[in-house]
Design a protein around this ligand. Structure first.
Ligand SMILES: Nc1nc2c(c(=O)[nH]1)N[C@H]1C(S)=C(S)[C@@H](COP(=O)(O)O)O[C@H]1N2
Ligand SMILES: [Mo]
Length: 199
């Protein structure tokens, strides 16, 4: 018997039920960006939540770091078919920011320093399902992976997790973002293989 097979079987068993259809597991962490990596020094970074009425709230880097921090360990799934198990992040729940505004909006658009946008139902970024993350695996998040800070929304395909995020805009109407306007699915549930418009 191949000496690698007990370990392989062990891993397969540990991840049983955690690999969505059409995905393969990887231990590497690929970088996927539509354009060049922006460099945003933390002393010029801010995060803004804008309500549908024009009300808004902003946090500087130091103010964000002083908020309650969480350490989610989650599986992530990229629409290019890799999945990575047990990724360990540190950051602030989006509930903390969104809780500062009154809103009757049903959607948010995440906006990034590189111009990237992605749309989400408000209920998919509340109740402990989404974070603004500034650390990965115990280290400051690298620029290629969205540092200084990115969204982490593990229950949807990873294109919804905007890197270099600078804010969230609340909107009453659903407004497709960068990839959603270019053929990716509006919602992006990996368990239902919602990769493209007609999936
Ligand atoms: N601002 C911004 N966020 C982004 C992207 C991007 O091009 N710009 N790419 C998205 C896509 S398509 C994926 S799969 C993930 C990739 O994250 P990673 O490079 O850390 O693996 O980031 C998403 N967030
Ligand atoms: Mo992607």
């Amino acid at each position: 018997m191949n000496s690698l097979s007990p370990g392989f079987r062990g891993k397969t068993h540990a991840f049983a039920g955690r690999l969505p259809p059409g995905q393969y597991p990887t231990e590497s962490f690929p970088v996927l960006s539509a354009g060049p990596t922006p460099q945003i020094p933390t002393d010029r970074w801010s995060f803004t939540v804008a309500g549908e009425t024009g009300e808004h709230r902003s946090w500087t880097w130091d103010q964000m770091m002083a908020l309650p921090q969480e350490e989610p360990t989650v599986d992530i799934h990229c629409v290019t078919r890799w999945s990575k198990f047990d990724t360990r992040w540190r950051g602030v729940s989006l509930d903390v920011f969104l809780g500062e505004l009154e809103t009757s909006a049903d959607f948010v658009v995440a906006q990034s320093y590189d111009g990237y946008t992605t749309n989400l139902p408000l209920e998919d970024v509340t109740d402990g399902k989404a974070w603004l993350a500034h650390s990965f695996d115990g280290y400051a998040l690298s620029p290629d992976h969205g540092g200084p800070a990115r969204l982490v929304i593990p229950h949807l395909y990873f294109w919804k997790s905007a890197k270099w995020v600078k804010g969230l805009r609340l909107t009453p109407d659903n407004e497709p973002g960068f990839w959603e306007s270019a053929g990716y699915h509006d919602y992006g549930d990996p368990w239902r293989e919602q990769r493209h418009w007609n999936d």
